[in-house]
Each structure stands twice: as structure tokens, then as C-alpha cells.
Write a protein that binds this ligand. Structure first.
Ligand SMILES: NC(=O)c1ccc[n+]([C@@H]2O[C@H](COP(=O)([O-])OP(=O)(O)OC[C@H]3O[C@@H](n4cnc5c(N)ncnc54)[C@H](OP(=O)(O)O)[C@@H]3O)[C@@H](O)[C@H]2O)c1
Length: 271
């Protein structure tokens, strides 16, 4: 058995694993010989996924159609997974939007769904699946986050707050789980050509990462570092801006949202 499978096998679970960055994780891990539990909301994407993954990589694939926002998420997932041993958890899915804090077409319920998917989901699945990893003294967890979570990011306000949670939880667990040989990584993505790229068509995407590039970096970083700022371009950006005052960083994020997604003008709050 390979060292990789001993550390992260026999099963990996990828939450939001049937498309985009999640699909790239699933394929990467299956190619390394892990069986994969793929949680995803998209029935269409999951439909042909199992036979494709099993045929292409010769591993087992368990597709689980589930909305990660469900309050009974853990019951649904553990019911489907049964006694399969999860050695690696990748929490990939995230609910994101851009606009003023008070939006015209969504309300508090939508913001609470962001908490369910971006905060409660990673907490619940990490809490459940890390325990047996710690007992076995082997395993790994990757929580996907975003550059928006590195500081308050106007017009991504609540998304950025949930993504800060993912970074800090992963970093803290990295510290706590290290003596148990369980690797944890906060993966801070920049703009990536994933399913989200549907909203990127008007942008110059030359500096964006592909999903495969991002996943290769994340998997190379797992076990070596606590936090990955993914993408050379994003790392350089971070390097040049890190000495700036906090207010300036927040302003830069504000401009990012306004220039890329809000037509160049700060939108009013919908009161
Ligand atoms: N893409 C970027 O530019 C970018 C930048 C920074 C950070 N990130 C982070 O990277 C992660 C991946 O984001 P992404 O937008 O690129 O997605 P993705 O990896 O392209 O796709 C995620 C998969 O999860 C599914 N999913 C979404 N909501 C779900 C739910 N409630 N329950 C179950 N499955 C669900 C999606 O299905 P549907 O498509 O049918 O909803 C999709 O199949 C997120 O945590 C995000 O914050 C992405």
C-alpha cells in the first residue's frame, strides 16, 4: 500500500465534489488510489460520475446527493457512508455572492444558508470525521477558503466572514492535530476557473488558476504547511500588499468587487 493511501485512505470524502474545483479534487484523489465519497447537490453532475470515476481510475466511488445546508446533514452523510473509513475530508463547496450587504433579491435566510454551507458544514463534517482519524493517528482535512476571508471584504461581506472562519478553524486544527499525524490545510483560493467562472466571462482570466493547478498545489501543501495561498499570482499580490494598513486592504477588496462584478460603481444598500 502506498504511503499516500496509508495516510489518507482508504476513502476520501469531497463535499461539493462533482464539479469544478471539487471534481478536480475527486479526480486527483481517485488517481492516487483513494476510493471517493462524493457529496454534491447536483443530481445531473452526479448521475454519470460514479461509473466515470470507477472506470477511469479503478477505485470505488460513492455518490451522495445531498444539500450541505440541510440541518440533518450529518445523519444523511453518515447513513450513506456507513462503516467506510474516511481518511481525508475535503470540504470544497461554498455559497458565494457579490453585492451590498442588503441585497434586493435575497434576505437574511440566504445569509443563514451561507452559514450552513460555509461554516456549519465544515464544522459538522470535520467534528465527526476527524475523531477516528485522530484515534488512528492518520488522516487529513482540507477546508477550502478564499482570499476574501483574509480581511473584511466589502460587497462580499458575509461570504468573507464565513471564509475567515474556514481559515481560522483549519489553522487551529492544524496545530491541535499535528501531534496525532492528522494533516489539516486551509486552502485560500484566488480566482479559479471553476463553476464560478460562469460569472467571470467578462474578465481577463489569464491570471486565474485552473481547477487542476489549484488542486495540485493544495495536495502538495497538505502535510507541509497550515495555510496555502493558492496561485503564484495571488502569492505575489499578497506579498506586495501585506504591509499595507488594514483599511487599505479592505479598500482593495472593495475595488475588486466593484470593478470586477458591480459595473464600476459602489452599489447602494437596498433599505
Ligand atoms: N472559483 C473561485 O474563483 C473561488 C475563489 C475563491 C474561493 N473559492 C472557494 O472554492 C470552493 C469551491 O467553489 P466553486 O464556486 O469554485 O465551486 P466548484 O468547486 O466549482 O463546485 C462545487 C460543487 O459543489 C456543489 N454545491 C454547491 N452548493 C452545494 C450544496 N449546498 N450542497 C451540496 N453541493 C453543493 C456545486 O453544485 P452546483 O454547481 O449545482 O451548485 C458543485 O458541484 C468554495 O469553498 C469557494 O469559496 C472559489
Amino acid at each position: 500500500m502506498s504511503e499516500f493511501i496509508e495516510q489518507y485512505g482508504p476513502w476520501a470524502m469531497i463535499a461539493g465534489g462533482a464539479q469544478g474545483i471539487g471534481e478536480a479534487y475527486t479526480r486527483h484523489l481517485a488517481a492516487k488510489g483513494l476510493n471517493v465519497v462524493v457529496l454534491d447537490i447536483s443530481e445531473d453532475a452526479l448521475e454519470s460520475f460514479q461509473p466515470t470515476i470507477e472506470r477511469e481510475y479503478g477505485v470505488e466511488c460513492l455518490p451522495v446527493q445531498v444539500d450541505l445546508a440541510r440541518t440533518d446533514l450529518l445523519d444523511v452523510v453518515t447513513g450513506a457512508v456507513a462503516d467506510r473509513e474516511i481518511g481525508l475530508l475535503v470540504y470544497n463547496a461554498g455559497l458565494a455572492d457579490v453585492g451590498p450587504f442588503y441585497k434586493a433579491d435575497t434576505g437574511l435566510e440566504y445569509e443563514q444558508m451561507k452559514i450552513a454551507i460555509n461554516v456549519t458544514g465544515p464544522l459538522v463534517l470535520s467534528y465527526h470525521y476527524a475523531k477516528p482519524m485522530l484515534a488512528r493517528r492518520a488522516g487529513g482535512i482540507i477546508l477550502m477558503s478564499s482570499g476574501a476571508g483574509l480581511q473584511g471584504s466589502p460587497y462580499y461581506a458575509h461570504y468573507s466572514a464565513t471564509k475567515a472562519y474556514d481559515i481560522t478553524l483549519a489553522e487551529a486544527l492544524w496545530g491541535e492535530f499535528k501531534p496525532y499525524n492528522v494533516d489539516v490545510l486551509a486552502c485560500v483560493a484566488g480566482m479559479t476557473l471553476s463553476t464560478a467562472a460562469k460569472g467571470y466571462q467578462h474578465l481577463d482570466t489569464s491570471t486565474f488558476q485552473t481547477t487542476t493547478e489549484l488542486v495540485e498545489e493544495a495536495m502538495a501543501a497538505l502535510g507541509k504547511t497550515c495555510t496555502l495561498m493558492a496561485g503564484e499570482f495571488n502569492r505575489k499580490n499578497l506579498e506586495t500588499t501585506k504591509a499595507l494598513p488594514r483599511e487599505k486592504l479592505i479598500e482593495i477588496m472593495s475595488r475588486h468587487a466593484i470593478d470586477n462584478f458591480l459595473g464600476g460603481k459602489a452599489p447602494p444598500q437596498n433599505l
